[in-house]
Design a protein around this ligand. Sequence first.
Ligand code: MOS
Length: 735
Amino acid sequence: MKFTAPAGPNPIDQGKVIGHPHDRIDGRAKVTGTAAYAYERNQLAPNAAYGVMVGSTIATGKITRIDTSRAEAAPGVLGVVTYKNAGKLRKARSHAARLLAGPQVEHFDQSVALVVAETFEQARHAAKLVRVDYAPVQGRYDLAAEKANAKVPKAGQFGPSDSQTGDFESAFGRAPVTVDSTFTTPDQSHMMMEPHASIAAWHGDQLLLWTSNQMIAWAVHDTSEILGIRPEKIHVSSPFIGGGFGGKLWVRSDAILAALGARLIKRPVKVALTRAQVPNNTTHRPATIQRVRLGADPDGKLQAIAHESWSGNLNSFREERAGSQTRLLYAGANRLVTHRLADLDLPEGNAMRAPGEAVGHLSLEVAMDELAEKLNLDPVQLRVLNDVQYDPEKGPERPFSSRKLVECLQEGARRFGWSKRNPKPAQIRDGNWLIGLGVSSALRNNPTKESEARVRVDKHGKITVESDMTDIGTGSYTILAQTAAEMMGVPLHHVTVKLAESHYPVSCGSGGQFGGNSSASSVYAACVRLRQALAHKAGWDIEATTFEDGKMSCAGQSMPLAQAAGPKGLSAQDKIEFGDTQKKWAQSSFGAHFVEVGVHRVTGETRIRRLLGVFTAGRILNPKTARSQLIGAMAKGIGAALCEELVVDKRHGYFVNHDLAEYHVPVHADIPHTEVVILEEIDDKSSPMKAKGVGELGICGIGAAVANAIYNATGIRLRDYPFTPDKLLDHLPPV
Ligand code: MOS
């Protein structure tokens, strides 16, 4: 099915199953421990040996010698993989660096060996006996120092790195009220609950890979590229995933090393990275330096908007698109957004939790707060005043498919009691706590992506959905079951959803907040086909046939699905493809965040006291799982504001704080009750589901709302994230 024009009325509009807050259908398996995650699939590979990864202890340079003899002689050891015995390995185009180093080392903790033994303890012990000598060379590890050497990145999947409308510089020069602020955001780590883990087994020349991965088809493709074997020979399976956040979009060393280990010892091998290996061995969100300049009329209308961003990466790999939201969020005739990329020899920087927008809002939305203060305007009012219903770079010819930013801001302000905010900073005290309120807009783009699914009805009238779509904790199983139930007119418990096997139809996968909308649309498309097939089989007119209560009916006749399907059942497969709908309409989901903080006047500690997010994301397929995603994303955004930072050792080129004891993410005690309000919206230009992406929206903007609340509480304007107590302490008034 090709989606080329706004969706007309369709069975999803009935809202009998779609739009209801159903519990996750995989929830019981997860909380009872019966959902087998990658490292636990022992029944599939009961004799798997254990592999432990050895990472490079230098960031940049060469291996001069590897001595594995002591490791090989250690008790229980079955083999040691290094570049010397691994055979020819290529670098996949989706990777910045090789997943097994040698002799060249490209980044710290890049894998140099896999030690395989009968038990995990034996492998871990022997891993310490692998001796590697290096010839290190000095690399580049400091973004600020390399900023001047940053270049225009090559145009990637997001198009050109720069965009310009009108004449920013002269409009900014003329503007009576201006802001010119520079912000920094640090490197960050995904820190998903389940570290990267895989079990690999070879059946002849076939590779079976049970792994934890967001994108099954990419995993097949990249493994094929790296190992030089045909994709048809690779089977990837990933039915349960303990979080990804972008860190599992591509296969990593655990998968490839497990495959190499299994080939070496001719037995299945399981590999899990340790928590401490994840930040340096895998990917992270790159640090940014961002300069935002805003110029406005005295009445608050923006005339000039510029967002310039610098980030670094290994081997000129890819930039962090921190200016993305600035291209779309506000009106203004003169605009400039640029991205520059510096070469750094840190580990690979890549997608993490709303790449681009998540850190871009941290600058733009604080600069808006600064501008509101200069204009003596309420920050909500300033945002409302600069709303625009079309792509402000392209003009009215490219309207938004739907956009309710103003409604989100106004509804949020009303619910939060925003009118009681004192615009003058540092006025409210509660004991030792300085109290402030902050607001931010939220925009996250709504990409749509080709996706395919198969739907079958059996002789009992039960439905099975198959697709290589993944559920990374987001609720895919549940919303796909709801989609099929709605389309086929059966109760939810008559639908079985089977996901994340590479022999199923290729889906969009989980990423970029396109997963829910696009994969549900593929199930919709397959169900349309199945309905046609059933009507055709019955000799009925599909246009007049309805599917309800486990039956299909047409012109006064009615037949149970079980009977219509016949003894062999019936199945249909289809793909949703998107025409130029993304070109014709700007597509984003929107929201507004409201935060109340307390800053301790003695310790500089910031506590979140109240928080509210109001969002729109088209049709909400399941309000419960959507809300869960929004809450999780908001917590992560608070992490970005207050605590999350990979600390770079700028001499030796690695992330120092590589565990959860020192890389701080918010925990329950840090996050009070999170109020989430989702406003009604139907977006017929996005997909037949009329839904938009919701998974990454919640992280966009909330960190800026925290920053603005800290300013309102203390009068201290911080621009270097995260705002740890030490940064506030220097500026707090003496006690
Ligand atoms: Mo997302 S950062 O594209 O998994």
